[in-house]
Design a binder for this molecule. Structure first.
Ligand code: HEM
Length: 378
């Protein structure tokens, strides 16, 4: 494989932070499901949003490393060629719903990072839950990927974006490997199915792309967007006010624990139950996630999204995210955002993982395309 950076392996770690503790819960808002008018049409904003996406792209440096091999436009074109083009929808994570929440950072978060997200003051969060893949008709009751994307709106205009998935690993170790996998799965125009010989040849040379699918196949269907873990998958570094750095990988874990469905229960739920389930759960009680950091140890690999941290790493709770409201329909403040996980606040940084740094440009292109087409997510 070309374009891979050499593995980043942790050499040392900061002194042990204090034990995780639960930060104070945000004040109840008194309303849990927002009215349609709050999530009204954003059409007048589309033009300026497209302009913003274009500006973001214009500001990108010339492609280096991975992007020297596969351009972001080529990548998004390949998503469409392999999975189909669904006008207006995200080219990945197409079927989704907007929500709003509040994040409250913990004392442990403050001890690890100077980021204002951990101040302990409630931080407003724009949240999006989605089902993996480019198909907006993807069934909710399959053993497949669920996503949790977020924007934390921090003081002084700082923004923190997240795009987390319900597996501890991604399906490729580099943009080129993802591109190659997608190419191998592109349906043949005559048979309308991928060419088995191409699929096999790619898998023989890149066996790690099967790991994520095996993980999903081994897991039962989640009972709800609110009852599954969401991993950041990449390595992230946290720097505190003393300049000490702690590396790890994060996971958002439901406060009430994970819940899943038996195969019979999943079948009975049908292909479209997740959105109403989330609305009902948020209406009837708190839906919260612990923002946990699994702290890396010397020797752990942090720049490969196909390699999870070894089991049993010390976990630190950085804060609690509480979902306060869910959109009544396919609109909402998340619709026109591309959640680019390279947007991090001061005090947080990403590892040199090509599947992290390689996300910015194709996300902006997908956003620009869907805004021009008329954005949709349901
Ligand atoms: C170079 C590698 C990758 C490429 C080319 C890629 C491509 C994309 C694209 C084009 C979108 C749609 C963006 C939009 O329209 O706003 C997307 C969404 C998403 N991707 Fe990736 N992705 C990559 C790596 C990853 C990784 C490693 C993860 C795992 C954490 C991930 C998780 C997600 C999630 C959660 C969404 C949906 C976000 C939302 O709700 O807006 N992606 N990806």
């Amino acid at each position: 494989m070309t374009g891979m950076t050499s593995p980043l392996v942790l050499k040392s770690w900061s002194e042990a932070p204090r034990q995780p503790e639960m930060p104070p819960q945000p004040k109840p808002t008194g309303w849990r499901v927002v009215h349609a008018r709050h999530f009204g049409s954003l059409k007048p904003m589309h033009r300026s949003a497209v302009r913003l996406a274009m500006l973001a792209l214009a500001g990108l440096a010339a492609p280096t490393g991975a992007w020297a091999q596969v351009g972001p436009v080529e990548m998004v074109d390949q998503f469409e060629a392999t999975s189909g083009k669904f006008a207006g929808y995200r080219r990945s994570g197409a079927k989704g719903i907007c929500a709003e929440g509040t994040f409250v950072g913990s004392e442990s978060g403050r001890s690890l990072s100077l980021a204002s997200a951990f101040s302990g003051n409630p931080v407003p969060a724009i949240v999006r839950f989605s089902v993996g893949g480019a198909n907006p008709g993807a069934p909710d009751n399959a053993r497949s990927q669920r996503n949790l994307a977020m924007q934390f709106d921090l003081p002084d205009g700082e923004v923190w974006h997240f795009g987390n998935i319900s597996a501890p690993i991604f399906g490729a170790a580099s943009p080129e490997q993802l591109f190659g996998r997608l190419q191998s799965l592109q349906p043949d125009p005559t048979t309308k199915a991928p060419d088995p010989a191409k699929v096999k040849a790619f898998l023989d040379a890149n066996p790690e792309v099967l790991l994520q699918g095996r993980y999903f196949a081994s897991q039962p269907v989640p009972a709800s967007f609110a009852t599954v873990n969401y991993w950041g998958v990449h390595g992230f570094g946290f720097t505190n006010t003393r300049g000490e750095k702690t590396w790890g990988k994060w996971v958002f874990e439901p406060v009430g624990g994970t819940q899943s469905l038996s195969d019979e229960e999943a079948k009975a739920k049908g292909p479209n139950f997740l959105f109403n389930d989330l609305r009902e759960r948020v209406r009837s009680g708190p839906v919260s996630f612990l923002f946990n950091l699994e702290v890396a140890e010397p020797g752990d690999q942090l720049d490969r999204a196909t390699v999870p941290l070894p089991a049993g790493r010390r976990k630190v709770t950085l804060g609690v995210l509480t979902i306060n409201a869910v959109a009544p329909d396919g609109g909402g403040s998340c619709l026109n955002i591309n959640f680019d996980p390279n947007r991090m606040p001061k005090g947080v940084e990403g590892a040199a993982d090509p599947t992290l740094t390689g996300r910015t440009a194709p996300y902006a292109i997908s956003l620009a395309r869907r805004l021009v087409e008329g954005p949709k997510q349901q």
